[in-house]
Design a protein around this ligand. Sequence first.
Ligand code: NAD
Ligand code: UDP
Length: 315
Amino acid sequence: MLRTLITGGAGFLGSHLCDRLLSDGHEVVCMDNFLTGSRDNIMHLNEHPRFSFLEHDVTEYISVDGPIDYVLHFASPASPIDYLRLPIQTLKVGALGTHNALGLTKAKSACFLLASTSEVYGDPFEHPQKETYWGNVNPVGLRGVYDEAKRFAEAMTMAYHRYHGVQTRIVRIFNTYGPRMRLNDGRALPTFMRQALTGTPLTVHGTGEQTRSFAYVDDTVEGIVRVLYSKITCPVNIGCCEEISIIEFAKKIIGMANSHSIVTHDPLPEDDPKSRQPDISMAKELLDWEPKVDREDGLRRTLAYVLDKIEHTIV
Ligand code: NAD
Ligand code: UDP
């Protein structure tokens, strides 16, 4: 049986990966320190015979008993408000956490997968972004703590591959949404949905002409798993190609929620990328992967989750 460690496994993406790999028959060891994740995300797995949880900060030496086949390194604050309030932890988990996770991978002769991000492209001059694009990142800007941590993590991953011969994978994940996002994590989608469902104004940053391409979590998880099971060592973009402006997106959510909320405009945060859209030809050609979930369908499923959270919890 394959045994897999997922760091950041109590987070949004990590917890969906726990579900997916358990259903693929893996034994899953989930590691998290709950910096931005939640016990609620993995509560349903507590009694699962092939699931275990280790509370640990991966910036400290990582020790796991027994064999490990795969290490998926997902630990890191991921939403802009999280990494802006946790700048040092973000840099440490990208640098020290990645080093520790790679060290464990090497010691166990396992295969390592890094959760990288479209943020390595910064505010891009190339559009859509191909894996060959080196990016346009401001290292001393506010977002630099996240972008540079991930760029360092990619470099460290390649160094372990080239120098130590460790099997590695790098997935550059683009904006993903779905159930288990925190309603107060500040990302556009859960924020707009919460605002629309509670009848408060939707806080669009700037004019809202900046664009993003949002993928539903099931599609992203499928893409990540295909990269994991492949032999591809270079970075692979996983994301949705359907680009939408943030103002259009806000209006779409108001419509789908049958809301009477208005849109207000806050200042655009520093270094907020003006556009973002992945070129996914590599994933299409080599992994036969592309997003399948229709936007309306994904948004409807997420709205139902957000509504349920609003009704049952204090956010
Ligand atoms: P998240 O905040 O929900 O999950 C991150 C998890 O990592 C949390 O459970 C948190 O507690 C944990 N964590 C943070 N620091 C840790 C530490 N030092 N030790 C142990 N655990 C730690 O975020 P997410 O959206 O699920 O993102 C997961 C990963 O995917 C991140 O690495 C992120 O950079 C990457 N990613 C996500 C997206 C997206 O759209 N969600 C896009 C690109 C990349
Ligand atoms: N955004 C917004 N209002 C919000 C939250 C976000 O207009 O309340 C904007 C944000 O400035 C960015 C886009 O929506 O231009 C996507 O933001 P998100 O935090 O979801 O992801 P990222 O910026 O990391 O792509």
